[in-house]
Design a protein around this ligand. Structure first.
Ligand code: GLC
Length: 469
């Protein structure tokens, strides 16, 4: 890593550079980027083995691993026994959702849902403001849908942040991720914070289950596919969960005492290798993003692959290439705002198949006021987007492959995935699936499926499972 930044420093254009040297420097700079973003099979395997090592360590002692391996207290149960009316909340990214589900013998009969955009003041204000916003949104949902109940209905709460659970309905936030900084939540009992806000507004709901979005996604799929082994989120943040034998969770006697039962473990893989960066393919831009994030030193893996950071990585590369004369100078002087390049535009540029890359030209001109008249530059811009996405997809596939190896599931298994990065980024799925095979082997025969809105539905299903005796 150090070597790459040294090369990049050395490549700064000098006044006396000949035309030939300039062109050579440009090519070397691009090649340096490519060699960090396009990972060999060997490199992917090395990372995967280290991830498996960290999984083992995290199951026995969290303080000795960059993977927390958090028990969800969701045990494998037969979903066909679940019936009734359940509610679900989904908090974790840019939006917040409220859902009502009718389940009969493990089948979702019908549902209703509403989506609310989380205002900045709730993401960065106080606990009362955040939970007040959540409870007000539930009330609005019930008013809009004309829902009235005489008794309390069970509610599942998907809370997609690292949470130390002590039971299915008890847990506290370890640390915020993905740009949230709300005060007064860390270390507090989340179920109580939510229940209090609900009770204060006279809403007849009882919080019976708390879960991570990865767990919600896995369980949502499990109701229709009993071979579901992993739940994965590749969106604003990134993470996965999988079924582990309870007896292997040696750090927690309450869990390990359940022996051969299977429990869903929330890996919190976004933090993988954050402490020492032993294996991650870091670019200088990653360090810059980390330094300016609200949680420097943490979630370094997530910062390389997720939607929340993708636009910023691309912007920083554009600016660097522009300063070094590889891309037009107007980029460095215009794209100056931190986090000022939308991750969705990275996908749009990547999907530009118009001859001359005129969609790329229009996006940059109309939205960012950057005019790129030369077609070759527009191709280069597209290539930068591809490199960043390539690394993200390979790293995601590596993490899924490592988890499959640890779970001992290389065939007849389903990986349920949700999140905008997976769903909407061109080329992503193909590169990711190739990386899974690089890690697991060509015989790998698992199905990766999109589990749309899994985190929301899953909370309702988990609430239902929690009521089974
Ligand atoms: C972040 C959170 C994690 C969540 C993931 C996907 O990594 O820490 O809990 O599952 O984002 O939303």
């Amino acid at each position: 890593m150090k070597r790459l930044s040294t090369i990049l420093d050395h490549l700064q254009p000098q006044a006396g550079d000949s035309k030939e040297i300039r062109s050579l420097k440009k090519r070397m700079e691009l090649q340096s980027l490519r060699s960090t973003c396009i990972l060999s099979d060997e490199r992917l395997k090395q990372m995967a083995y280290f991830m498996i090592h960290e999984m083992h360590a995290g199951l026995s002692d969290e303080s000795k691993s960059t993977l927390r391996m958090l028990p969800s207290f969701v045990y494998r149960r037969d979903p066909s026994r679940a019936s009734g009316e359940y509610y679900a909340l989904d908090l974790g990214g840019t939006n917040f959702r409220v859902l009502q589900l009718q389940i009969q013998e493990g089948k979702l009969l019908k549902h209703r849902a509403s989506k609310f955009r989380i205002p900045d003041w709730a993401m960065t204000g106080t606990s009362d403001e955040l939970f007040g916003f959540i409870a007000d949104s539930i009330r609005k949902f019930e008013q809009d849908k004309k829902i009235e109940r005489s008794s309390r209905a069970p509610l599942g709460f998907t809370f997609s942040f690292p949470t130390q659970q002590t039971d299915i309905n008890a847990g506290s936030l370890i640390a915020w991720t993905k740009g949230f900084t709300t005060s007064g939540v860390q270390g507090k009992n989340l179920v109580k914070l939510l229940q209090d806000a609900i009770d204060q507004r006279g809403i007849k709901l009882e919080v019976v289950a708390l879960c991570n979005d990865t767990v919600g996604t896995l369980i949502a799929r499990l109701f229709s596919d009993p071979q579901t082994e992993l739940g994965v989120i590749l969106g604003t943040g990134s993470n996965a969960c999988y079924w582990e034998k309870a007896k292997n969770v040696t750090k927690n006697g309450k869990v390990s005492g359940k022996g051969d039962e299977e429990i869903c473990i929330n890996m919190e893989f976004g933090n993988f290798d954050s402490k020492h960066m032993y294996v991650l393919p870091e670019l200088p831009f990653d360090a810059e993003i980390d330094k300016h994030s609200p949680n420097p030193g943490f979630q370094r893996f997530e910062k390389m692959i997720s939607g929340f950071y993708k636009g910023e990585i691309v912007r920083l590369i554009f600016v660097q290439l522009s300063k070094n004369g590889v891309l037009p100078a107007v980029i460095a002087s215009t794209l100056t705002k931190r986090n000022g390049f939308d991750s969705a535009h990275v996908s749009d540029i990547l999907g530009d198949r118009l001859p001359g890359r005129h969609l790329t030209e229009r996006i940059l001109k109309d939205i960012y006021n950057v005019h790129i008249p030369d077609e070759a530059d527009r191709h280069l811009i597209q290539e930068v987007c591809l490199m960043v996405v390539h690394r993200s997809a390979q790293l995601s596939g590596m993490a899924i492959g490592a988890t499959l190896l640890k779970a001992g599931k290389q065939s007849c298994a389903t990986v349920a995935i949700d999140g905008a990065v997976y769903q909407y980024t061109p080329n992503f799925r193909f590169i990711m699936e190739k990386a899974i095979k690089s890690v697991v082997g060509d015989h790998c025969d698992v199905r990766c499926v999109l589990q749309k809105d899994g985190s929301g539905f899953g909370a309702g299903f988990i609430a239902a499972l929690s009521q089974l005796k």
